[in-house]
Design a protein around this ligand. Sequence first.
Ligand code: IMP
Length: 428
Amino acid sequence: MNTLAVVGLQWGDEGKGKIVDLLSLQHDVIVRCQGGSNAGHTVVVNSEKYALHLVPSGILTPGKINVVANGVVIDPVALVEEIGNLRSRGVEVGENLLISDRAHVVFPYHKLLDRAQDAKRSGSDKIGTTGRGIGPAYADKYSRSGFRIGDLLDRGFIEKALLPRIEEKNFLLREYFGADEISAEETLAEVAKAAEALRPHVTDTAVVLRRFIAQDRKILFEGAQGALLDIDHGTYPYVTSSNTTAAGIPAGTGLPPAAVTNVLGVLKAYTTRVGAGPLPTELEDETGERLRESGAEYGATTGRPRRCGWFDAVVARHSVALNGCTGIALTKIDVLDGFETIKVATAYDLDGQTTRDMPASASAVERCVPLYEEVPGWKEDTSGIREWKDLPARTREYIARIEDLAGCRISMVSVGRERTAIITREGK
Ligand code: IMP
C-alpha cells in the first residue's frame, strides 16, 4: 500500500493546495476527506491562479482521479458553480471527479444559520466562521437530522423528508434569530437541480477507493484546514467542525486506518490565522503587517486579512505528534527574506510556568506568552532558488532549527506560488 496524506499543521492556509497540486503528478488518485467549501486551496499553474474549495487540487493535472469522499460536507450549488468555473477555464471535469453518495449536504439554511449564529454572538463568543454552513451541516449530521447526497438524488424521499426539517429551521430563523424564513419549494428546487447536475459523478467512493488500493494505485489524501482547527485537538471552540488531522481520513473515506501510510505535514515558515481565537505569536505591529503584505495573507474563501505572527514551535510539535508526520513541507520561506532577525517561539509562559505543550482550553492559550529565541535573518532573495545547496546558509540554519523543534524532517521547501517554486531535499 502506498498512500500519502497532506495535512495542515497550523490554522490552515499553510499552502497545502500547492503541495498537493505538485505531488498529484506522482499519484493516481486525490481524495478530499473532510471539511467543505470553507477550504480555499490556492494553486498557481502557468501563472493562472485557481482557488479550489470542494474539488480536490488534483483536478488541475490531467489524467488524475479526484474523489470527494463521505467525510466532506457538500454544498451542491457551490460545487456545481466551482465545476462550471473550472470548465470555463479549460479544466476537464468529467469522469475524473467522483463524489460520495454518503457525503452530507450543506443546504442554504445551513449557511443562513451559520451566519445568523455567528452574527448573534458577541465579543469573544464569535468564531468568525467562513459562513459556508459547515458547523450547522456537521451538527445535523451528528444529530442524525442531515441528508446525504444519495438522499438528494431520491426525489420522492427528499420531497417528503425535507419539509419537516425546513419547518424546524424556519422556527429557529424566525423565532430565535429574527431572520427571514426560507421557502421549502425554492430550497428543494435549487438544491435538487444542482444534485442532478452532480449525479453522473456520484458513487460509493469507499468501494472505489478500496478497489484502487487493491490495484496498488497511488493515493493522495488532501487535508483541508489545519490541526489547530481540529474539532477535538484544536483551540476549541475556535475551530472548524471536522477532524482535520490524519485521524479523520479513515472515517472520512471508509478506508481502514492502516491505509494511511505516509503523512506529509505542511507548515508555513511563520504563523497565520483567519477568524477568532487565540494566536500566541500574533504580531499586531509593523512586522505583522509586513508578513501579511509580502505573504499576500488574505483568505482565499472570504478575502479576510489573515492575522500574522512568528513561527510557533509549540504548535508544530503538537501537530506533528497528532498527525504522526513522516515528513514536513515548509512553505513561504521567501516571505522571510530580508528580515534582520527572525523570532521563533520555542515554549510558552502560562501563568508563570513554562510549558512546551499546547494547553487544552482556549482561555489558557490566550494567556500564553511566547518564549522566543531570536535567529539571524538573511538578505538574499530565495524565490528563484531551486536547489537545497543554493539556499543561503542562514536560511538552512533557520530550517534546521524548525526541524529540530518540530521533531520531524523537512523534506520540501516552497519558495513561491508556482508549481516549480519548490526545493526537494534529497536523502532521509
Ligand atoms: P468554519 O469552518 O467556516 O466553521 O470556520 C471555523 C473557523 O475555521 C474560522 O476561524 C475559519 O476562519 C476557520 N477556517 C475554516 N476553513 C478554513 C481554511 O480553509 N483555512 C483557514 N481557516 C479556515
